[in-house]
Design a protein around this ligand. Sequence first.
Ligand code: NAX
Length: 327
Amino acid sequence: MKQPVRIAVTGAAGNISYSLLFKIAAGEMLGPDQPVILQLVEIPQAMDKLRGVAMELEDCAFPLVHGISLHDNPFDGFRGIHYAMLVGARPRSKGMERADLLEANAVIFAEQGKALNEVANRDVKALVVGNPANTNCLILSRNAPNLAPSQFCAMTRLDHNRALGILGNKLGVNPSDIDGVCVWGNHSPTMYPDLHHAQVLGDEAAIDMIDEKWYKDEYTPRIQKRGAEIIEWRGLSSAASAAQAALDHMHDWALGSDGRVVSMGIISDGSYGVAKGIYYSFPVLCEFGSYQIIQNLHINDYGQAMMKKTEQELLEEKAAVDHLLPK
Ligand code: NAX
């Protein structure tokens, strides 16, 4: 039997975590032979609710769960962790401007970055789910100078999975028969779902199988605004699909993507002319616990314009929190 790994989940009493925790505990993230210790982190006001969630986890008697601990601060909750699933964030309240939202979350993720820097395992992998995910991730990483920027990711896997699912439905194929779909940029309505490099059933170009007008005028805005569409129909924001995406992201990052292209919000190294130092979603392959950006994809003029727009938004977000970034 392998040694247990420690996984911290913040926002552990919230909606997404109510799916996520049970999937991790069942071995869906790191495999059926990997025991886990769950370190659940919440704000002090949500600790009672968290106790209820922990009781339910206990009541499942998951064989892989070797321990559960509850914490009301990240300095305790992140001690010795190998994986951080950072789901908790400050939601936008009535009358709150975007700049206020960015700032409120900057405070949270700055503290969590410091905590990771101080108490996490030196090989920790941290995934930011809480919005605005890309900029929260930037703040997190900049506050953890002893860890590498490549140890942090912002989640765009839900957008990627949505792009695959909706395309599969349109073409009448299983999503697993499609490879090479990717989402560029910010996890926001400016993201660019790119089908130009996607293959169906190994050899057919997806872009040749769809109508350009449908792709640009229906498909793209639908992926970009899918979160709002879910809220409109369900009355609640995406939870199970977000949990599945977080699980998929961490699974592939840790264990490999098996030769398949996935999208991850990662530190830009300047590839494709994207400004260095922001967390931007790129197409990647994962192997041996790390990711590689897929290089040399041909980006047409439409793609260039879409990629610039979402980059611009991220640079504006960065400028709005710049005064809070450690120099
Ligand atoms: P909920 O409001 O149900 O849960 C959030 C939980 O986080 C609450 O229990 C709250 O007490 C806790 N929390 C707040 N601040 C915290 C802190 N400083 N430390 C620890 N816990 C804290 O939201 P839920 O539906 O679970 O969504 C969580 C986050 O995911 C939101 O920011 C949401 O916008 C974001 N999403 C991101 C997605 C992505 O693709 N990157 C998609 C889904 C989701 O919208």
